[in-house]
Design a protein around this ligand. Sequence first.
Ligand SMILES: [Zn+2]
Length: 497
Amino acid sequence: MKKSVERFNEIIREKKLIDVAISALHWDLETQAPKKGLELLSDVVGYLSSKSYGVVTSDEMILLVEELKKKREELTEIEDKTLEEVGKEIEKLTKIPVVEYREYNELTAKAQGIWAEAREKNDFDLFSESLEKIVEFQRRFIKYRGYDGHPYNTILDDYEPGMTVEKLDEFFGYLRKELVPFIKKIKEEGKEVDGTFLKKDYPEDKQMEFSRFIAEYIGFDFERGIISESAHPFTLNYNKNDVRITTRYIRNMLSSSVFGTIHEGGHGIYEQGIGDDIAGGVLGEGTSMGIHESQSRFYENVLGRSRAFWVPIYGELQGKFEALKDVNIDDFYRGINKSEASLIRVEADELTYSLHIMVRYEIEKALIEGQVEVRDLPKVWNEKIKEYLGIEPANDKEGVLQDVHWSAGLMGYFPSYALGNVYASQIHAAMKKDIDVDAALENSDLNKIKEWLNQKIHRFGKLRKPEELIKEITGEDLNAQYFVDYLKEKYGKIYQV
Ligand SMILES: [Zn+2]
């Protein structure tokens, strides 16, 4: 028995080493690799993915899992949960032929570069062939893997275990019913908010300095992490001691780097806070993308877009940029919370953000069902944006080409963002029972907040499922009302409605 557990852990370690190599290549592909290097690096990613697949689905590993499953009561909690995760992974992978798995991983590694070029050139046709193949793979893999209810449930569960189309339809239905009339009210009766100063001149080098400062300020540990640049901000972790975040610097858009950095910093803090007992193992990472997004969006919005957050550090920011010279903290606070229908998801305000997610959710569902084809996406996208936000993209760069996700094969992922918003406000309400969050912010005591999150969320990694975690912290299941209440209170005050 002891021997089996040891061997099981050895194989997991071997897989982990290959996976870290794959992550390192992804990091390179997305931050620095030259365009013409794409071909070779993508092949290496494909090759290593098939190796990783081979290690975890080997006959030896399958037998070990079978054997250990029979002796679960003898395992520690960590061993048992690891076994559960690995069992799930094996079940998923063994249904997909290895040749197709490798091909798919090569394809998605390549497609990210192709997407970046298509986006830059504002040319959907450049990307559509790759995307067609990706969607084909997705549909086929779901068939192989099987599904309960809606086919989309299978890929949804990859990012948010336990989530289903049925639950999401209700969830989004509620948000839509509550938020759409409130947004309309603000537009019609709200006091004018000026955010134009945020689009003035903000030299990139100064933004870069401030990004580093703010990441460190919120608690991102630079001894165990770095910050870099990429077309689409993201976080990548090898383990808790090597966590990498990116942001982007746009000269006339201060919010992009500031809030992008705080957002990715929130993801990074989660990964750096994983418990030592599970670090490096299968359980040693964020439990779901929804909980991950709750951490990033908690830092970005609940903290980063509050007035209290800026009280001790607004002077630091103001001192860096001529454009803020005559903007006081109250105007700054209102400006960074200006709500308006906009086209780019990552720049959207908290209030309209969920509508962007609903558009993507509906499109993905339809793609998976085969009701929409890739070639029609630009048209379908623009129609849906018009329906939800009342505005229309002038081109695909600010429409269907704006997000990296589909090129990376991340379908079923977008709902995590909306769930993250809701988890974040629910967690915020629980945190306020234990600590005075505003006072901590005004005193620059970000550590107090981080420690609370470390204790209640981060250290558990995948030891707790999202549902268990949220219930343990808040005493309730996912409850979208917290988010709606939070938005109505905050924006009600800002817009005086
Ligand atoms: Zn995120």
